[in-house]
Structure formats: C-alpha cells, structure tokens
Write a protein that binds this ligand. Structure first.
Ligand code: PNW
Length: 479
C-alpha cells in the first residue's frame, strides 16, 4: 500500500463545526408504528428480500424511534456540535400529502430536537433521504414532475413545524444515488428501472423540488427563522489514470456527470446542466432514434429559478476513483454510464475496505475542484466515513478520519478554502441499504441480535471525541 502522511498538528478554526450523520430509514425502525405511512424502502425490502443482503430490512434497524434518547447521550458524550438526521416523510405525512399530519410522528421529531438542544447540539435536518412515501411512487415517483410540488408542500410543513428550533436544513440527500439506483438501474428502492431515461427525469424533478423548497424558505421562513438551506450532493474524486490529454478529459467528464449533473444547475453561476452532458446525451439520443434528447431541458425561467438556491455547498464524499479515457460505448441500451463512457477503477495498491479506499489527497483535490468550479462557495462536509465489520477496536477507521481530516486542514490552511464543518458518517452501525447489516460505518456499535439494540462505544468514537474537544488531531497542536 501507499505510505500515509502524518496527521496535521494544526488547530481547526475556532468556528469550525464537527458533527455526525444518520438517516431515518437506516436507524429509526418503528416502520408501521403510530400511524406512519409506508415508504418505498419498506415496500422494496418487504417485496424483494432477495435484493437486500441476508433479506434484511429497516423494520427495526437501530430502533431509534424508541431509543433516540440513547442516541442523544452518545452524541453528547462525543461533544458534537451538530447532529445531521433525516425526517421520514411518511412518518409525518402518511399519505405523502399534507391532507393528513401524523401527530405521533411530529412529536417524535419535536422530542428529538428538544433533547438535542438541551444538550447544546444543533439539529441539522435532511428533509428527504431515500424514503419516499409509497403513495407517491404509485403515481410514478420522482420521474413524475408533479412530485416537485408535492415535495414543496412537505418542505413547507417541516419548516413551519420545526423551523423555530432548526437552523440547518438540506432538502435532498444524494439525488444522483436516488436517481441512478432507483430509476436508472433500478437495483435499489423503488426498483423502477428505466435506464437512460428514468434517472434523468428523476433528477429533473428533484432539482425543481429542491429549488421550490429553497424559495419557500426564502419567502416565508427566512426572515423569522434565520436558518440556512442547501442540497446534499455526493461524489468521489476522479483522478486521471495518466497525464495523457485523453485521461484528463475523461476525469473532468466524470466529475461533470457525477457531480456537475446536480451541482451545475444549483451552484454554478450559469446554472443548467453541464454542457458536456447536454451535448453528449443529445447526440447519443439522436443516434438511438429518439426524437429529442433523453436529458430533459430546463426553460430559461427554470434555469434562473434553480441556480443560486443554496446558502452553503453540502458535500458527501468517501473515496477516489481513477478515470481512463475509453472509446464511446456503442449505441445500444441507453444508460447513464454509456452516456458518460469513461472507464473508472481504483488502484489495487490503495488501502481500504469495500469501495472505500483511503485516498485523502483525493478529498483535497475534490475540495479545490469544487472551490474553483463553483466560485468559492462555503463548503460543509455532510458525510465522510469508513466501513468495516463492526469491531469495537477499529484503528482503520481512526486512521481514515485522521487522514481525511488532515486533508481538510490542508485545504483550509494551505489552499485557503472555506470549509466550515465536517460530519462523520455515521453515529452508529445501521441499515446500509442493499448491503443490509453487512457493512458497518458506526462510531458506535449496535447489537442487531439484541432486542434492546444495545449500543457500545468504539475506539473511533473516543478518537473523534478527542478531536472535537481539542479541535486538533494530535496531542500537541499548533495554534
Ligand atoms: C451515502 N457510492 O450513500 C448515503 O447518504 C448514506 O445513506 C450511506 O449509508 C453512506 O453513503 C454509505 O454508503 C452512498 O457507491 C452510497 O459511491 C454509495 C455511494 C456513495 C454514497
């Protein structure tokens, strides 16, 4: 493997914030409790157990619906500044629409928020993290443009219910993952494959949904609530496989597809999809015999309405891939990866587990690319973390955090970037989507065999606690 660098001895800026993240379906359980509606994840895991490792599901998960006070104790022990969690839309609105508000669901989140505030922890809410109400999938899910309006109503409801106590909001978690796995490949909930069409229609609605929610906040809540709103995008760093012009172009194109697809319309001063996507998808669609591009078009009004709808840039990132130029995929089955036509892989010498290779310089390059591409935004890292088998003594996870936090420090002090917060994924082991409970990201272990879902601290949580207390990665830090 590569030799890793020494952790930085620099102190994080005084106002730098540390947190941890979770998501509703991955931790809450209580899937049918107290009037909660069914989500696409409930439906998917129950209908297709063969598509989730060990046939598992989130029916109980970490049982946080009943054990959230234990979660808050763990958060308080680590001394985090913020806790990023998501709302279960069908727990609050069982029909998906605002015609019926489930008081028990509202109470659950109000109780969680007050327990956090009593412990000096800022709630950082994601409105939507994968668990669409099944009723809305029944009308076509995200590819249906109407969902932008329906989501906006949910957002307004959430701002008005919780906004007095919540200053950090993000609308949608990782639209790319939702759209590609849910509606392109269809290997994840809702399991509705429409390769080369569904993922683009899905993103088109999600972008409009996000923008509506942002404008609602701006017009109806910002003046009284004084919070901030963003959208959470994920990408790996794509490093050219060689210094050839072709590989450099391939890496840039991968970034424009994997990040720019959703980032450019929101964060780029020009708005709209990246030109390379517009051009390539139009050209391939034509060759495939479509009468217009499979990538939907925004009107000039829509471009205007969507661009600039952020108060900070919010980033989930875990690892790095190499990008190699390849001849364009043959015209055949339409699809996102065929449209991209870049071959990506990871260097076999990189250390790591599963798809997460420990490549901290990739984070630093990604932060710099984002800073330059999107005109120096404030960057909040909303997810970053490491997977293993769930052991309590977890030096590999500690090493990952030391390396990635060093990259953050270098991006702040050596590159002058405006990175203001870091959020570790995840507070505790949880339901890792189609990987079920086989991959563990937690700072705390959860015993999924025990009906009490006993939580036990890992070495990495002690490490993170120290980092937060000292605002520094080593014992003797430089101011
Ligand atoms: C994120 N990838 O998803 C999600 O926001 C979390 O819910 C999830 O638990 C976490 O990362 C860990 O996987 C991703 O393959 C899933 O590049 C897959 C990828 C990236 C993010």
């Amino acid at each position: 493997g590569e030799s890793l660098s020494e952790p930085s001895n620099k102190k994080f800026p005084e106002n730098f914030k540390f947190g941890v993240a979770t998501a509703a379906y991955q931790i809450e359980g209580g899937w049918a409790d107290d009037g909660k509606g069914v989500s696409v994840w409930d439906q998917f895991a129950h209908t297709y157990p063969d598509r989730v490792a060990n046939g598992d599901n989130g029916d109980v998960a970490c049982d946080s619906y009943h054990r959230y006070l234990e979660d808050v104790e763990m958060l308080a022990n680590m001394g985090v500044n913020h806790y990023r969690f998501s709302l279960s839309w069908p727990r609050i609105l069982p029909t998906g629409y605002t015609n019926q508000i489930n008081e028990a669901g509202v109470t659950y989140y109000k109780n969680l928020i007050s327990a956090l505030k009593e412990n000096g922890i800022e709630p950082f809410i994601t409105l939507y993290h994968g668990d669409l109400p099944q009723t809305l999938q029944d009308i076509g899910g995200w590819p249906n443009p109407l969902l932008a309006d329906i989501f906006a109503e949910f957002a307004r409801t959430a701002f008005s219910l919780f906004g007095d106590d919540v200053k950090n909001w993000t609308t949608i978690n990782e639209p790319k993952q939702t759209c590609i796995t849910g509606y392109g490949l269809g290997n994840s909930a809702p399991g509705a494959p429409a390769s080369g069409i569904g993922e683009y229609d899905c993103m088109h609605t999600l972008l409009r949904a996000h923008a509506k929610a942002y404008h609602i906040y701006d017009e109806e809540f910002r003046a009284t609530q004084n919070g901030r709103v963003s959208i959470v995008l994920d990408t790996a760093w794509f490093e050219p496989a060689s210094d050839s012009e072709d590989d450099i172009e391939a890496a840039e194109r991968a970034l424009q597809f994997e990040h720019g697809w959703c980032a450019h319309p929101v964060y780029h001063p020009d708005g709209n999809y990246p030109q390379v996507m517009i051009d390539r998808i139009a050209e391939r669609s034509q060759k495939e015999g479509f009468s217009k591009s499979r990538l939907p078009e925004f009107s000039a009004e829509e471009v205007d309405y969507i661009r600039g709808t952020f108060d900070f840039l919010s980033l989930n990132t875990y690892t790095t891939n190499l990008a190699k130029w390849t001849t364009d995929h043959e015209i055949g089955t339409p699809g996102y990866y065929a449209d991209l036509s870049v071959s990506t892989y990871q260097d076999p010498s990189w250390n790591g587990s599963a798809w997460i290779k420990v490549v901290p310089w990739g984070l630093r390059k990604l932060l710099n690319w984002i800073d330059q591409t999107y005109d120096h935004p404030e960057i909040v890292i909303t997810e970053n973390g490491y997977a293993d088998d769930g052991r309590l003594d977890d030096p590999d996870r500690i090493n990952y955090y030391a390396e990635y936090l060093t990259a953050v420090l270098e991006s702040i002090y050596e590159d002058g970037l405006n990175v203001t917060a870091y959020t570790a994924w995840s507070l505790m082991d949880n339901f890792e989507w189609t990987s079920g409970y086989t991959i563990k990201f937690g700072l705390y272990q959860v015993d999924f065999e025990n009906p009490n879902r006993t939580r036990t601290i890992k070495s990495s949580a002690d490490y993170y606690k120290n980092v937060i207390a000292n605002k520094c990665l080593v014992d003797t830090c430089e101011e």
